[in-house]
Design a protein around this ligand. Structure first.
Ligand code: ADP
Ligand code: MG
Length: 351
């Protein structure tokens, strides 16, 4: 890892114009046998070119559903997507399949957690990188193959010319993840969405993959969304941070702002459950008590209130009855007053 916390000093891009990706009041619902799942419920964020946005939250908070929405990948037969997603000025929500296909190939690419299921077992790695390139650029087979080999070299596969002929099962987990990154980057996407790209990997390989993403971003200038349940991963890699809980944004800011001055009890909980690099190595990790709510029937008011130890500080039971507003830009969706927050020493707190 290079610096402890990356920070280019700039505030998050202003809402709407100027942003490469702009998401406004996104709502995604699934119809299931048990009822309607409100997987994403009123989410807004922006991402500028060249920046990395970390989206963090426990499993089930709507991170993957959000990223699939950006690619227009939800099945309209079983889901409903509302709100606005603008990608380089182009509407994604409501776009026809041809437009989406074009966007997916040229502007946005995605890396998934599970490279084994994302790669086909029947084709060589080289072919799986070359094919999308050929399709989108019209390059010859030969040129596309050369490009695939070049990309494998860029992501650090040794002897790429030889290894391109291998099938996925001949690659280790870390190498498959690299191959998937090569596949995602081969068409020079302007936005790369990495959904838990290192979760299945051991710590050393994790660090290598994250460094690789940062290097490739330098080279290609793309915007990155890095999705993870692990705040430690984004601390080292992202510029901006969006903390999600129960399908909503609960806190946002630059990584530096959020780590130095976290403002939502859920963020405090995530920080308290994360091993810290510096000080107080002896302090025990404290997982957040309780579990995320079912999105079939999310809690009223603040979705975190059933797990929040501080609701008694807020008068008139507002945490349970009133949904706290999420400010644009830096801030948190929480009813606690700034004075209340200053008085609370949260687990793992740095204040
Ligand atoms: P995360 O990526 O943060 O772990 P997800 O975005 O995968 O969470 O899921 C958010 C919620 O939406 C979960 O409750 C999940 O069960 C539900 N969900 C996701 N996809 C579907 C689907 N296709 N049908 C029904 N429910 C879904
Ligand atoms: Mg997920």
């Amino acid at each position: 890892m290079t610096e402890a916390i990356r920070d280019h000093g700039a505030a998050p891009a202003p809402a709407g114009d100027g942003a490469f990706l702009s998401v406004r009041d996104l709502r995604v619902r699934f119809s299931t046998e048990d009822g309607t799942v409100r997987a994403v419920d009123g989410l807004s964020f922006d991402l500028a070119r060249g920046r990395t946005l970390g989206i963090v939250g426990e499993s089930g908070s709507g991170k993957s559903v959000t990223s699939l929405s950006v690619l227009g990948l939800h099945d309209p037969a079983t889901s409903r997507t509302e709100g606005e997603i603008l990608l380089d000025g182009q509407e994604v929500t409501g776009a026809d399949e041809r437009t989406l296909e074009r966007l997916r190939g040229s502007k946005v690419a995605m890396i998934f957690q599970d490279s084994l299921s994302a790669l086909s077992p029947y084709y060589t790695i080289g072919r799986q990188i070359a094919e999308p390139y050929r399709k989108h650029t019209g390059a010859s087979r030969r040129a596309a193959w050369d490009r695939a080999v070049e990309m494998l070299g860029k992501v650090g596969i040794p002897r790429p010319g030889l290894r391109a002929r291998d099938y996925p099962h001949q690659f280790s987990g870390g190498m498959r993840q690299r191959a998937m990154i090569a596949m995602a980057l081969v068409c020079d996407p302007e936005l790369l969405i990495a959904d838990e790209p290192t979760t299945a990997l051991d710590v050393t390989v994790q660090a290598q993959i994250l460094d690789l993403l940062a290097e490739l971003q330098q080279e290609f200038g793309s915007a990155i969304i890095l999705i993870t349940h692990d705040l430690g991963v984004v601390a080292n890699t992202a510029d901006d941070l969006l903390v999600m809980y129960a399908g909503r944004a609960v806190e946002r800011g630059t990584v530096r702002e959020v780590l130095r001055d976290p403002r939502h009890p859920y963020t405090w909980g995530l920080l308290g459950s994360m091993p810290r690099l510096e000080s107080d190595v002896d302090e025990p990790l404290r997982p957040i008590p309780g579990t995320p709510p079912s999105l079939l029937d999310p809690p009223s008011g603040c979705p975190f209130h059933p797990r929040c130890p501080h609701t008694a500080l807020v008068p008139r039971g507002r945490c349970a009855s009133e949904r706290p507003a999420m400010p644009e830009g830096r801030g948190a969706a929480c009813h606690l007053s700034p004075a209340d927050k200053r008085g609370i020493r949260f687990p793992g707190g740095v204040r």
